[in-house]
Design a protein around this ligand. Sequence first.
Ligand code: PEP
Ligand code: MG
Length: 573
Amino acid sequence: MRIFSGAGVSPGRITGVVRRMPRPVREPAPGERRAVSVSAGQAAADLRAASHSVQTELQSRAEQATGDAKAILAATAMMAADPMLMRSALDLIDGGSSAEGALWDAAASVAGMLRGLGGHMAERAADVLDIRARIIAILRGVPAPGVPSSATPYILVAEDLAPADAATLDPAMVLALVTSGGGPASHTAILARALGLPAVVAAAGADELTDGVEICVDGVTGTVVVDPDNAARAGLQVSPRATTTVGGQTTTAAAAGFDGDGRLADGYVLPLLANVGSARDAATAAAAGAQGIGLLRTELYFLDHTSEPSIQQQRKAYRAVLDAFPGKKVVLRTLDAGADKPLPFLAIANAAAEPNPALGIRGYRTERVRPGVLERQLEAIASAAAGAEAEVWVMAPMISTAEEAGKFAGRCAAAGLKTCGVMVEVPSAALTAEPILSRVDFVSIGTNDLTQYVMAADRQLGALAALNSPWQPAVLQLISHTVAGAAAEGGHKPVGVCGEAAADPALAVVLAGLGVSTLSMTPRSLAGVGAVLGSVSLELAQELAGVALDSSSATGARARVRARLPMLERLGL
Ligand code: PEP
Ligand code: MG
């Protein structure tokens, strides 16, 4: 038995068997030639056999799948034998290329051609590149890329997950996540919480885990036990949620539910909203009692789009979310592409020349290099809003100055959108909240990025997980400064929080005490946050906000606040 630990970022304890996420397939050397010992006939036969095996595998997965997944897998299977792709690869082999090099180049030109056709055809370009990677993996004898497929549930172990991979996780098959990279605010952590999967990130020992090994994962303490003995299994019982016993009855915060009425014990109103990335998430959020949507990450819709979605496609996607919340507030965030969430159609031409992508052209800044995309997105949002019953709010990510906020407000007004705000994710925005709020209707604090920028600690980097805590007094001071900026500006404009900080029930109390007006979180956290907020008065929340602000460290702030909130222990949070 061996034990290692990382940062527990999504609660739950579970035992299961490891499946590793394969590394992405490497590009062959440009113009790679066939070895002299390999004839063109042999290379062609190898390529045909590999493509046949990919096709058979995807077909059999399609037969077992249902709904959208079935259709997608069946269409991708056909792509593996696409005559045009094969013909051009075989021609390149005849011209002296290796099988891998030929397929790489042939797929690149087919994908380029599909992109050029635009619309639905352009969407197929990503499938061609996926097929290419799968066939090359077979030619090299390495595991297929992407989230492993398995007939039995497993614990997914990876260096980190790309947002597009994370989006394909099947929560019925993946029991838990363990990564060596990633921080508490990484997209892997956010996704794990949204799916309710126990997760440990920044776990250095994860790189040594191999397929088939049994591990116990504790998403609260961040502990991973390899080859557990019976005692360890008993300590980490197989249970997807933290449970606790109150008055002889075993309960979970989630089981207790959220009644759709965020308020403190003394009746002080603090609406609890949801963070979502799709219409399906929105339905989950509505069912979980969310009082609205505080953050729709529109970029998550389009991660696999190789070309800009049409206004009609966007309208349909946004409208489906609006329709889940009639009469309620829905905050749509314009595309937050770049850095850890690259969108192929918003790729920066000289991305390689961006040595620090998190400090580069991302979020609202992409407007500088891809003018028009924002304008069309706002048009699509306005068109989705027309006739919808939801109250539509729009905000921009990565705003650094009051001038940018003013420009964004102008664009919203031009598109006919009435309620326009910006995210406070960059320290400069927190420090200039007052002039920013004189130009927009609201702000929403993104503590994930605000923490990474004020602490100068990459949110994706496991090694810096301790620095990357929203409990850091510097982060809390910036939040306090933002609220003060709103008060100075008149005090009537909302200051929400939609970063992961809002999903931490103890930190939610501090945020309430600091004076924020709404909290937005993954739907699964609503119940726990709602219950803990309901156990404190505004006076106590303000006192605890002072305690946290005066602490000299993140761990100290957290410990001192938690010690004053007995409801946390009662709910196993
Ligand atoms: C944030 O930065 O806190 C935020 C909500 O945005 P994202 O996590 O999507 O970057
Ligand atoms: Mg952000």
